[in-house]
Design a binder for this molecule. Structure first.
Ligand SMILES: Nc1ncnc2c1ncn2[C@@H]1O[C@H](COP(=O)(O)OP(=O)(O)OP(=O)(O)O)[C@@H](O)[C@H]1O
Ligand SMILES: [Mg+2]
Length: 423
């Protein structure tokens, strides 16, 4: 695509509309760092476009330097828009510094004042998603974002994380819901919880929600699409949406291996993080779902039956998905009084899984949270397990953890606006 097609003309806008179909931009977060107030106004006016209705935007001052400073201590959104008036020779250096503080999945659109095709090519080559020359129209900005996130063939934005217990009741659902909460709070990105335990699921209870529709309606819908998915999901908290389980026993829930595939795919197209709360069972659809998600977290209690099952799960999943991320382990309900237990480190070593964290047994606090339909952080903000949920959230979303920061290792993947350059 040439720089000169970005002139905001009606033709270009129309072409963009046709190219991207009538799709809405998914539930992404965008942060804009502008130098001029009219640029901030331009970005804000772009968000009034119908296609941006699900997007959450915040605008800040300070251009590239402002963005670098902000992301030294804050998580990065799905998309950053940055205005710069730096001379062309200084832009690559500033971008490198920005990339160092950005998460791997964050995309960048640069708004500049220099109309130079050589600069444009260099920026695109270095991984910047788009370079827009100012002054531009809101339409041009909408078009660039739509092409990036909603065009036919655009990469799905959602990362899928499946939680399953090694033995029923080990706490996979509790961990899944609290990790979803931690991600929504700390990363401030939208999370969609799918409660796949259709007859007995607890996502609704744990978030104190009883919506009229949920996952069963999505599975039964004759034609599922983005609009339908939006209609069926319910908002449980800020940045937390869910498709709840119907929790009825007037029918049985037997599924074909691929019955959930379409919904998971749609969910990934609309939400940055999809948390799958998977029941403790071993069916065709559970095996297939686990084989295809981005990350798997096995939740186990430190006893022998959990150990045997976790080892079986881990071995089977590793051979089912040899090139994908290995399953991760979370030990839960550790330290039940008087119970003889296997130490979490020994447990993890036998299962041959990375131990992401351990959560102590605390009947009073977890019982209160469950009874109130609240997350643990709402009941006990300073409870130790909140740190563990946060850490699990950071890890499964590929973000920097204190552990990685301490070893000075980079995030899981390099930010896209450096990978290509370094490759
Ligand atoms: N660390 C903990 N300390 C005390 N109680 C806990 C802890 N974690 C979870 N629980 C409680 O254990 C019970 C079972 O948890 P949960 O429903 O999350 O299990 P599960 O692994 O999802 O079960 P299943 O695999 O059958 O779906 C719940 O009542 C929950 O409140
Ligand atoms: Mg469960």
């Amino acid at each position: 695509m040439s720089l000169f097609s970005k002139d905001g003309s009606a033709d270009a806008a129309l072409a963009g509309e046709v190219l991207a179909g009538a799709r809405l931009v998914p539930r992404i977060t965008i942060q804009a760092f502008c130098e001029l107030s009219q640029t901030a106004q331009l970005v804000e006016s772009a968000m009034h476009d119908r296609r941006m209705s699900k997007v959450a935007l915040t605008t800040h001052n300070g251009g590239l330097e402002g963005a670098i400073e902000t992301y030294k201590s804050n998580p990065t959104p799905n998309l950053i828009l940055v205005e710069t008036s730096l001379p062309p020779e200084q832009i690559p250096g500033a971008l490198e510094r920005l990339a160092e503080v950005c998460d791997a999945t964050t995309r960048l659109i640069l708004l500049g004042h220099i109309n130079d095709v050589v600069l444009y090519r260099e920026l695109i080559r270095s991984g910047v998603s788009e370079y827009i020359v100012l002054p531009a129209t809101a339409q041009v900005i909408v078009q660039a974002i739509t092409e990036l996130f909603a065009a036919e063939g655009a990469e799905p934005i959602g990362r899928t994380i499946g939680f399953i217990s090694a033995k029923g009741g080990a706490g996979a659902s509790t961990v899944a819901h609290n990790v979803a909460w931690a991600i929504s709070q700390h990363v401030r990105q939208d999370v969609l919880i799918l409660d796949m335990d259709l007859p007995f699921g607890t996502a609704g209870l744990n978030y104190n929600q009883d919506p009229p529709h949920g996952l069963a309606d999505a599975l039964n819908a004759a034609q599922m699409d983005q609009v339908m998915l939006d209609r069926l999901m319910s908002k449980a908290a800020s940045h937390v949406n869910m498709l709840t389980a119907p929790v009825v026993l007037d029918r049985v829930f037997d599924f074909e291996e691929r019955d959930f595939e379409n919904i998971i795919e749609l969910a990934q197209r609309s939400t940055p993080l999809v948390v799958l709360d998977i029941p403790h069972a071993w069916t065709g659809w559970i095996r297939h779902t686990l084989a295809t998600v981005d990350e798997i977290v096995i939740v186990a209690e430190p006893d022998l039956a959990n150990l045997r099952n976790a080892k079986n799960l881990s071995d089977t999943l590793k051979s089912l998905r040899p090139t994908e991320a290995e399953p991760l382990l979370v030990m839960n309900r550790v330290g039940v009084p008087k119970r003889p237990e296997i130490s979490p480190n020994e447990f993890a070593a036998s299962v041959e899984c990375k131990l992401l964290g351990q959560i102590g047994f605390d009947a009073a606090t977890f019982g209160t949270a469950a009874n109130n339909g609240q997350m643990l952080a709402e009941v006990a903000a300073n409870h130790r397990s909140n740190e563990v949920y946060h850490l699990i959230g950071m890890h499964v979303t590929g973000r920097n953890t204190p552990e990685r920061a301490a070893s000075r290792a980079p995030a899981l993947r390099l930010p896209p606006f450096l990978t290509r350059k370094r490759a």
